[in-house]
Design a protein. Sequence first.
Length: 324
Amino acid sequence: MASEPSTKIPLKTLSSGHNMPIVAVGTSGLSFDPDNAKGVIIEAIKIGYRHFDTACSYGSEGALGEAIAEALQLGLIESRADVFITSKLWCTDNHPEHVLSAIKTSLSNLKMDYLDLYLIHWPISTIPGPVTFPLKREEVMPLDLKGVWKAMEQCQNLGLTRSIGVSNFTTKKLEELIQFAKIPPAVNQVEMNLAWQQQKLKEYCTKKGITITAHSPLGGQNRFYPNLVLTSDVLKEIADAKGKSIAQISLRWILEQGVGIVVKSFNKERLKQNLEIFNWELTEAERAKIRSIQQRKGVTTEIMLASEGSLTSVDFADIDIVET
Ligand code: A2P
């Protein structure tokens, strides 16, 4: 019998019929600290996290797979089915004939026989080859979305993943996808936080039965742009008055939008703190203050592309992800 986690995370039923724990731990920086990676995931499982978000491009699939195997051995979970694993197809594999081998590579890295959710990572395709980041502008190619999606559907039909979806898709890209999808995307994982509230995309996805999961829910931490969430004076004021942290106010607001969250922390106390968001609410006055926060998208196509070189076979508008 597996030990009970300290927090039970609510589930959201996806359009595929499968249940997804609404808060996930992001693993995108974990490969920078491989010695710590397994420990962070095991700690997260002890705290109550059951959903882990990885990607071929993060280099964290191997450590995640090892951590899940160890959690099983330790009796922290009873079976593979107790965890929900999301992974993603990288731009170099964003070609109809590469999807199947890409998911098999991810499964082999994870040492698992199925994913819970497989996402097209970006609406961008580049010349096939090893994972590269940033993307070379001259290697960006037109995306055969119809062909790639058909291959994603095949992955689900073969039982290699329970659900399929996309990431960083705008309403325009989703609209294109929905025209030919036989299996609709269950999830669109996008940047969503208090500095980029995504109300247009949220309304569209709600109407279409697509679950949004918010990445960079705390504004993200990277060298490309300043974090406008954790440094916000408006949020500090709300947090101080409410006896919560800015992170908790931010995560609670996202939760109240009815969407999922992928939050990263490699710190035990912050992992715990980020789950203490279920049994209290924001007031209408606090929500109104939050709506007034200046909006600015952090994760843009520009930061995906190398600064030198130029696009040769697509227009920037074809790969732009800023919602207008
Ligand atoms: P750390 O790993 O040191 O906790 P996002 O999920 O928006 O990409 O942001 C992740 C960043 O936010 C990480 O650098 C993480 O750092 C930090 N972070 C995560 N949880 C908290 C928290 N509760 N308070 C402050 N910073 C946090």
